[in-house]
Design a protein around this ligand. Structure first.
Ligand code: NAD
Length: 498
């Protein structure tokens, strides 16, 4: 059986561990490969390689760094289908959906191609007589990325193109559930002319993560994953004196006002709840139906959820694939069961789904529960599967109160034609990313991505100009050039700008 290794110092590297983890094919329920789990010394080898590479990569001209990004961008485009198939095989999502994440990841590389503009500093002439000030930003060293299973290409790309374009070197620890795409990305970086050691991949679990967090040569850690681990990474990384941005889980609400185009809103919610089998941090998992919206909305959601074609990721007819593991499948089943036991009404129940030819696969069908209330487990927890809960409220204010009382604050959306309602909603809701008639408001690469509350620990969002700031530090120079012949008496008072 294939063993998936690390990528250290510009080449595939086996490392010293005999610990392996299974990589499943979620569509069949079979183990298709094993991934090697790094030891502390494997992590150290990757960090040392990145540290050595930093000495020269950090000194490269901006144009040379951006040229590598231009070449990488083209290679990622040329290998889009190959990458998408790798993702589909290990994650389970359908190939077209996987292509979408590769395009969105590539947009971050496109932003990094423009690093020459993004890193432009400021200059102030004559801040005092004969004195000028200017500032610029410098890379911070070896940066680490620890990423989740659900976007094995896009989420790492939120990090490494910007870290590398700003002059840092990078060690990626991808999810052990779908590690292969990261190794192809490493090969594409090499083909793009990136020097050895600038981009490294260590596969592994908690051992590798802790080794990165504790390593004195790692300057910054970017994490994306579930909330408990995000919190842990943030605390431990900060205790070790590192910069940390840690993005966590989500419970995203979409508010549907009674005046909305109900058919259109229901289609948007169906796509946002069941695309990628609900395993997106920006998936809509709660529909908040305001006033009279509820009955019509629920009827339409039922119709549209039942029409979804579920199948293996490589089935061109399939719109939704399996969830990632048997444990995920069991978790969704358990929340459906507890939701109904606690008083929710099952509208569509995906538990009985059978996908012919894939009876061992981790499939659970699109599911809708109506009359969910905030005290139910299915409302309180992040389910991370194809389960949409409908909560009924009377007013927009009640919808906003509901969302603000929720500990998560990643994304949210409102469906309406009422501009006043939109304005109130976008200002009063305590959530980092807001969609107006857009169900999954994932910002494009030149904006930053990040939630509030338990969806993000640290002060910095990811990618865009916040990414540039996270991976660099500012230096401000104050300069004066007296003539050789000029003389001045020593002035002991504190200098003022006159
Ligand atoms: P996860 O938290 O289980 O794993 C994320 C990473 O942390 C992986 O690389 C994993 O190996 C590592 N990890 C897991 N347990 C660890 C431990 N005990 N100690 C140290 N490291 C550990 O998340 P997942 O299941 O891979 O991904 C799904 C989660 O990610 C969901 O909660 C989803 O909302 C979240 N997510 C959030 C965003 C966002 O932008 N906020 C984006 C994508 C996914």
């Amino acid at each position: 059986m294939q063993i998936i290794e690390h990528w250290i110092g510009g080449k595939p590297t086996a490392g010293g561990s005999d610990r392996l983890a299974p990589v499943w094919n979620p569509a069949t329920g079979e183990v298709q490969a094993q991934v090697r789990l790094a030891t502390e010394s494997d992590v150290d080898a990757a960090v040392q390689s990145a540290k050595a590479a930093f000495a020269s990569w950090g000194q490269q001209s901006l144009s040379n760094r951006s040229r590598v990004m231009f070449r990488l961008r083209d290679l990622v485009e040329r290998h889009e289908l190959e990458l998408a198939k790798l993702v589909a095989a290990e994650h389970g999502k359908v190939v077209d959906d996987a292509r979408g994440e590769i395009v969105r990841g590539r947009e971050v590389i496109e932003f990094a191609c423009g690093i020459t503009s993004a890193l432009k500093g400021g200059f102030s002439n004559d801040v005092s007589r004969g004195v000028d000030s200017y500032d610029f930003r410098q890379p911070i060293g070896v940066c680490a990325g620890i990423t989740p299973f659900n976007f094995p290409v896009m989420v790492p790309m939120w990090m490494h193109p910007i870290a590398i374009a700003t002059g840092n070197t990078f060690v990626l620890k991808p999810s052990e559930r779908d590690p292969s795409a990261s190794l192809l990305i490493a090969q594409l970086y090499a083909d793009a002319g990136l020097p050895d050691g600038v981009f490294n991949v260590v596969n592994g679990d908690k051992t590798a993560v802790d080794a990165l967090l504790d390593h004195e040569d790692v300057a910054a850690v970017s994490f994306v994953g579930s909330t408990p681990i995000a919190k842990y990474i943030h605390e431990r990384g900060q205790q070790r004196g590192k910069r940390v941005q840690a993005l966590g889980g989500a419970k995203n609400h979409a508010v549907v006002m009674p005046d909305a185009n109900m058919d259109w809103a229901a289609s948007q919610l169906t796509a946002a709840a069941f695309g990628s089998a609900g395993q997106r941090c920006m998936a809509i998992s709660v529909a908040v139906a305001v006033g009279d919206a509820a009955d019509e909305l629920v009827g339409l959601l039922k119709e549209k959820a039942e029409a979804i074609v579920v199948g293996a990721g490589d089935d061109p007819e399939a719109e939704m694939g399996p969830v990632v593991t048997q444990a995920s499948c069991d978790r969704v089943h358990a929340y459906l069961e507890s939701g109904v036991a606690q008083g929710a009404e099952p509208v569509v129940d995906g538990r009985g789904l059978r996908v012919e030819g894939h009876l061992g696969g981790f499939f659970v069908g699109p599911s809708v529960l109506d009359r969910v209330t905030p005290d139910m487990d299915v409302y309180r927890d992040e389910v991370f599967g194809p389960l949409l809960a409908v909560v009924r409220v009377d007013t927009l204010e009640a919808a906003i109160d509901l969302i603000n009382a929720n500990p998560y604050g990643n994304g949210t959306a409102i469906f309406t034609f009422d501009g006043g309602a939109v304005r109130t909603f976008e200002r009063d809701v305590n959530v980092g990313m807001v969609g107006v008639n857009v169900p999954i408001p994932v910002p494009t690469a030149h904006y930053s991505f990040g939630g509030w509350k338990d969806s993000l620990f640290g002060s910095s969002h990811i990618h865009g100009h916040e990414g540039v700031r996270f991976y660099t530090r500012a230096k401000v120079v104050t300069s004066r050039w007296p003539r050789h012949t000029e003389s001045q008496a020593a002035q002991l008072n504190f200098p003022t700008s006159s």
